[in-house]
Design a protein around this ligand. Structure first.
Ligand code: PAF
Length: 288
């Protein structure tokens, strides 16, 4: 496994791989890797001749400086994990290698078609501009055949699909299922920041989401939203920022269950902001 820091070195490897006709699997990350990332990398290794993982805490997608400062970073530990699963290249650039100072100080613009106006986009203004900015740059550099993203960031994934359509990237985006602890808590780099007590409380988030599926046939989406928010807010130390049940393609709030639906949540557990989501449509199909 090779660790590359500079764009010119990455490009020379990518050009060679392209000339040799090798397929490139790509897993973009911000490091602090866990079993969820590991699952993405393992899938890429299975499906491609070469796998590239980027590790870059992208400053332009953080709307909160404190969150950016506190984001866990540990390249040695990440490299250790990646070396055990067959990753071929780590690309770990510095911000000034990736961005000009103008880019760092302005907002990247993109036609989101409204996908950025709800949920994460509403509470983290500019977040998805930064995500599209970095992922489009990385796609141009790595030129992947397939790119792997986790469904925990459901809205991000919808936006990446739109970005690939609009910017005409020749890449297959692969949606990968959420990886959870045995307790149900969705794996996240942010879980590292939870104390033991907070971790116990955070488990309630996925518990309530899973339980909510049992009520979907008796309640309207709106009633179910209220139920979920009340149940989670009743746990001391948890505070829901939003919970919405949306159409899984348009991301617009649904009024009835007659569409493919997903419930997306953001919850503060102390200072740590956690997200998760759950699909309802499959459950309703099974019940009906
Ligand atoms: O999901 C993430 O970790 C980040 O948003 C991504 C896709 C690596 C872009 O910085």
């Amino acid at each position: 496994m090779k660790i590359i820091h500079h764009i010119k070195d990455l490009l020379s490897e990518v050009n060679r791989l392209k000339q040799e006709g090798q397929s490139i699997g790509f897993v973009p990350t911000m490091g602090a890797l866990h079993q969820g990332h590991k699952a993405l990398v393992m899938r890429s290794v299975l499906e491609n001749s070469v796998t590239v993982v980027s590790i870059f805490v992208n400053p332009t997608q953080f709307n909160n400086v404190k969150d950016l400062d506190k984001y866990p970073r540990n390249l040695d530990r990440d490299a250790q994990l990646l070396s055990t699963v067959g990753c071929d290249f780590i690309f770990a650039p510095e911000a000034l290698d990736i961005y000009t100072s103008d880019e760092l100080n302005s907002t990247f613009s993109f036609d989101f078609g409204g996908l950025d106006e709800v949920m994460e986009g509403r509470f983290r203004p500019g977040h998805f501009n930064g995500v599209v900015q970095i992922v489009s740059k990385l796609f141009q550099l790595v030129q992947p055949t397939k790119a792997y993203f986790g469904e925990k960031d459901f809205q991000q994934l919808a936006i990446i699909h739109r970005m690939v359509d609009i910017l005409k990237f020749d890449v297959e985006v692969i949606d990968c299922e959420i990886v959870r602890e045995e307790s149900g808590l969705a794996l996240s780099s942010r879980n590292e920041r939870l104390t033991v007590e907070q971790h116990k409380k955070a488990i309630e988030i996925s518990k309530v989401l899973f339980e909510s599926r049992n009520f979907a046939s008796q309640m309207s989406p709106k009633e179910l939203i209220h139920w979920v928010v009340a149940e989670i807010n009743a746990v001391e130390g948890l505070e829901v920022e939003y919970y919405d049940i949306v159409n899984s393609s348009s991301l617009q709030t649904i009024d009835t269950w007659n569409e493919p639906s997903v419930g997306c949540i953001a919850v503060f557990c102390g200072e740590v902001r956690l997200i998760d989501n759950i699909r309802y449509s499959q459950q309703l199909t099974v019940n009906s």
